[in-house]
Design a protein around this ligand. Sequence first.
Ligand code: HEM
Ligand SMILES: *[C@@H]1O[C@H](CO)[C@@H](O)[C@H](O)[C@H]1NC(C)=O
Ligand SMILES: *[C@@H]1O[C@H](CO)[C@@H](O)[C@H](O)[C@H]1NC(C)=O
Length: 310
Amino acid sequence: MGDVKYGSLNINQNRPVRENKSMVKYVISIGLGLIAAYAIISILIIEVRGRSMLKPHGEWKELIKEHPYQRKETDSRSPCPMLNTLANHGFIARSGRDIKSDDLFNALMLLGAPPTVTVGILKLVYTKLKESDPDRSFLSQFGEMDTLDLDRLTVAGVLEHDVSLTRNDLTVAPHSTSNPIPDYIVRMHNLAQLFNNGSEFEGIFTRKNEHDARRLRWLESYKYNKHMHLNLFAQFASSTECSLLLDIIGRDGTITLPHLKSFLMNETFPDDWLPRDTTYSLTELVVKPMVCWKGLRKSEVTLDLLDKLR
Ligand code: HEM
Ligand SMILES: *[C@@H]1O[C@H](CO)[C@@H](O)[C@H](O)[C@H]1NC(C)=O
Ligand SMILES: *[C@@H]1O[C@H](CO)[C@@H](O)[C@H](O)[C@H]1NC(C)=O
């Protein structure tokens, strides 16, 4: 850009223009540098703070004693087994209503969720789920809302998507994804027994089982639900949820069958469950969903399997 010519009349102004431009470049690079420094420092602060909140095993055992399972029919619940479990044990408001973003962050850090990514997801959710009130000003629809009710997370297209492991598609009865469908969890359980009995993985639900279970749900929706929709973003989100289930709720790509039932069916912390030793890392966030993605594409199960899983 520095060599742009301004025609013969402007030749005398060439030098001042150049100097102005390098001045502008200088200011821009200082500005970008400051923004980058600010971003890096913010991320470091979030990472250090988030990681320091992960509960060591001894402290978790004490903490969970003070947070028994209690659930009322009128409570507001989400399509997320983890958030519902946190609410069922009072780590966030048991009612599931008026929950601040910070409350969710603090609760998720106890379990070793990745701090910066959690902040990002919460920002996305609290911004995208803010509705525009026609009685208020045009600008009032922008920015983040103060609090969230968990059942707002059932709104399609923000995080909620079709082909979940434990919920029906929203266009299929019961037209709500707040509660798990027990049959789907029984199916996951039976699938693990069918393939793993007699092997070293007996009694355990593995990543391969997840790929097969998810593929079955996908085949099923694709065949029987004319209104199903699973875009690329949702496929990617599903692969991430695969790792959340097996590496944060479960451990190292596995979860025991009693834990699977406890978290997915009852949405309760098992008595003998412990949080991760270390916070879920950014490397894991890149690698593990890819493993899930590939695994699902490689899975060879067909709808015939459904009969064997009832
Ligand atoms: C420790 C962190 C988390 C874990 C372990 C976790 C776990 C999971 C799992 C396993 C699923 C899949 C359920 C299924 O397929 O039936 C899921 C779905 C979901 N999660 Fe979470 N989650 C976490 C954080 C969050 C956060 C921070 C939010 C938003 C505030 C969220 C919102 C959702 C939603 C809306 C779904 C439904 C997606 C669908 O339609 O299947 N989750 N989560
Ligand atoms: C697998 O083993 C369990 C006991 O560990 C048993 O209850 C179940 O019926 C077996 N399932 C299959 C499909 O073999
Ligand atoms: C789930 O809840 C039912 C009913 O309260 C209970 O009988 C069962 O033992 C629970 N199962 C798990 C795995 O927590």
